[in-house]
Design a protein around this ligand. Structure first.
Ligand SMILES: Cc1cc2nc3c(=O)[nH]c(=O)nc-3n(C[C@H](O)[C@H](O)[C@H](O)COP(=O)(O)OP(=O)(O)OC[C@H]3O[C@@H](n4cnc5c(N)ncnc54)[C@H](O)[C@@H]3O)c2cc1C
Length: 424
């Protein structure tokens, strides 16, 4: 009887273990199923995103250069002019994302040879996307103080020679420095000098939606004479409760003080931002001159703004990328001592040089050797500096935001990984 009981208990125990195993197997199976469904969902989302991006690209892009007529030229402040551009072919104008830029090509006489040469430059779109026109705002660039150098070529050409009715060659809008206007979280927009252009486009776009998204807008200029879009910004400030304007003059003049047209005397720095915004967890979009970017970006990080919430635009060679190179000279030297010797051969110029590990890009390296490579944005966004790589490998300092032909690279953001032969 006792034996029978033990057998019965063992059988029940076995049955229990088996059903437990069954439950575990079923749970594992459904966990696997769930994981697979999630993976499938991720794949679907990724392909929908890719399709949407492809569609957007088709909607916002044309290939190469398109002709635009200068419809209006408007003086915005001392040495700052806006150009309203309409498509010469009269066809519809693709939309762009606020913060993006246009790339222009001019045929200008070479300063030495006097032969005509193509010169490429980028200018941010300074208005919210409009169906009928694009607008860029250009600041005249003088020679650096105390240096016997020519004035900025294209900016001065824009001011002195481009007039209403002129036809310009323009590439489609590009760039990764943009915001999603339909998001709802508060945003901090910071523009220094003419760096106001992309953030102004962002502010205008947000304020034209029905979304009551808080926008803190900081503008830093030297004085009233250099204050672009003054009336427009004041008007936005009066019209929208969720638009908070803070204008900072670093060197106000007498009449500025009496007219009370600025809010803060000094630069746009962390003190004025933290005092005004108070919260460090918003998205920050910043575009300004090198000293502003070099101090403000690390200061915001120190204050606690997450790295991924700080978005910057570099206006050409002198801003963020170069700052990185020059701010840590000792480290760069120590680093470069441990790196292997790499040679770069410029095949067309028949020049072979040892790579300098302190260089920030092949473009700068080539220019230092007196080798010409076209360039525009210097940030991997406009594609002007694409060169063929005949041998060897490169690595990018940032990912290109334009498509690069197979076997070529963007010299402005590329460094050699191995010995290199490039067509330049
Ligand atoms: C994405 C992006 C967006 C931009 N958006 C705008 C915008 O909205 N508005 C705007 O105004 N700018 C903008 N820029 C900057 C613009 O593209 C040009 O860099 C700027 O206008 C200067 O171009 P430039 O041809 O006039 O000057 P450059 O001819 O390129 O000269 C630049 C400086 O170098 C000096 N220089 C020239 N030759 C020498 C030499 N041999 N020795 C020493 N110094 C020399 C010049 O005097 C000048 O000070 C943007 C740039 C980028 C990358």
């Amino acid at each position: 009887m006792q034996i029978l009981g033990s057998i019965l208990i063992s059988l029940i125990g076995l049955r229990l273990v088996l059903s437990l195993l069954d439950v575990i197997r079923t749970q594992r199976h459904s966990a696997n199923q769930r994981r697979k469904s999630l993976e499938l969902l991720d794949e679907r989302i990724a392909s929908i995103r890719a399709l949407r991006k492809q569609r957007e690209t088709q909607q916002t892009h044309w290939n190469g250069y398109r002709k635009f007529r200068v419809d209006r030229k408007v003086l915005e402040a001392d040495n700052i002019c806006s150009f309203y551009l309409v498509p010469h072919d009269g066809k519809p104008l693709p939309k762009y994302r606020p913060g993006q830029f246009l790339t222009f090509r001019f045929q200008l006489p070479d300063l030495n040879t006097k032969k005509s040469k193509s010169v490429v430059r980028c200018y941010s779109l300074s208005e919210a996307p409009r169906p009928g026109y694009y607008r860029v705002t250009v600041k005249r660039v003088p020679p650096p103080p105390g240096v016997d150098a020519p004035e900025g070529r294209v900016s001065n050409y824009f001011h002195d020679h481009v007039i209403e009715g002129d036809i310009l060659d323009v590439q489609s809008p590009r760039g990764d420095f943009f915001l999603e206007p339909t998001e709802r979280s508060p945003v901090v927009l910071i523009g220094g000098g003419v760096g106001v252009t992309p953030v102004l486009s962002m502010a205008n776009t947000i304020l034209e939606t029905d979304i009551q998204r808080d926008v803190w807008f900081f503008l830093g200029v030297r004085c009233g004479r250099e204050h672009p879009m003054r009336e427009h910004l004041q008007q936005l400030d009066e019209q929208y409760d969720h638009f908070h304007l803070m204008v900072c003059y670093s060197c106000p003049e007498g009449c500025d003080e009496s007219e009370k047209i600025f809010h803060h005397k000094g630069h746009v720095d962390l003190a004025v931002i933290s005092e005004t915004v108070k919260v460090c967890n918003y998205d920050f979009y910043i575009c300004g001159p090198p000293p502003m970017m070099e101090t403000l970006v690390p200061a915001l990080k120190d204050w606690g703004v997450p790295k991924e919430k700080i978005h910057t635009e570099a206006f050409g060679p002198a801003t963020v990328n170069r700052a990185k190179k020059s701010s840590t000279p000792q480290k760069s030297q120590a680093d470069s001592e441990n790196k292997p010797e790499i040679t770069v051969q410029f095949s067309r110029s028949e020049t072979c040089v040892t790579w300098d590990h302190n260089q920030s890009s092949l473009l700068d390296f080539a220019l230092d050797q007196g080798i010409e490579i076209d360039s525009g944005c210097r940030a991997g966004s406009c594609g002007s500096c694409e060169v063929a790589v005949k041998q060897g490998e490169i690595e990018y300092t940032v990912e290109p935001s334009v498509e690069v032909g197979r076997g070529s690279c963007l010299a402005c953001i590329a460094c050699p990984k191995t010995n290199l032969v490039i067509e330049a």
